[in-house]
Design a protein around this ligand. Sequence first.
Ligand SMILES: O=C(O)[C@H](O)COP(=O)(O)O
Length: 229
Amino acid sequence: MGKLILVRHGKSLWNVQNIFTGWTDIDLATEGIAEAKKAGELLKSNDICIDVCFSSYLKRAIRTAWITLDTANQMHVDTKYHWKLNERHYGAWQGHNKNQILKDVGEETYWGVRRGYYLSPPKLDPKDKQQPKFDAHYKNIDPALLPLSESLENTSKRVVNYYFEAIVPQLVKGNTVLVSAHGNSLRALIGYIKNIPPEDIAHLEVPTGEPNLYEFDDNLNLTEHYKLK
Ligand SMILES: O=C(O)[C@H](O)COP(=O)(O)O
């Protein structure tokens, strides 16, 4: 079985400003560019040759993949993009300051939605121009599949579906796979790979720009997991 390397994009401009981002297409901050370069240096110093790379449709993850591969001198690597790796859709919380939302909804709702498994933020208004169906990125996707907000459970369904559809076949071929994605799309995927029950998922945090390597046995059970150093 091949090796899987997961990296959360470097810090974005809205990470730095503490704003809920979700599917809003915000670019990397200067600090995030430096984190992506560091991730590429770690691939290089660990002698890791990527066979195939995957990213979401969002530029903070795409740019992280590009900078990481560029820094590792592996710009030739075939890179596939898919909306199913996007960040969890943060619904009507997108574009709002996290501290303000905490004040508005209170601790219990805030943390239940932000770190729990089953709760979703309020949906975008159906007339809201932020809706993915109005965004050219998603013009070829059935609008019925595009969310107006998501719980981690919803995110997990699409991410794990894509994992089996596109990523697992690469691992089965013995390939080394790099995935550049997001805090919550990766929480969903890691939760699945590590078999973390929904009630414990709140404790899983995925820091920006830190590549983690996962190894599997022939039945795709996780055998080893470590952070690249
Ligand atoms: O979408 C966002 O706002 C962040 O990238 C991730 O959200 P989190 O801080 O709740 O994990």
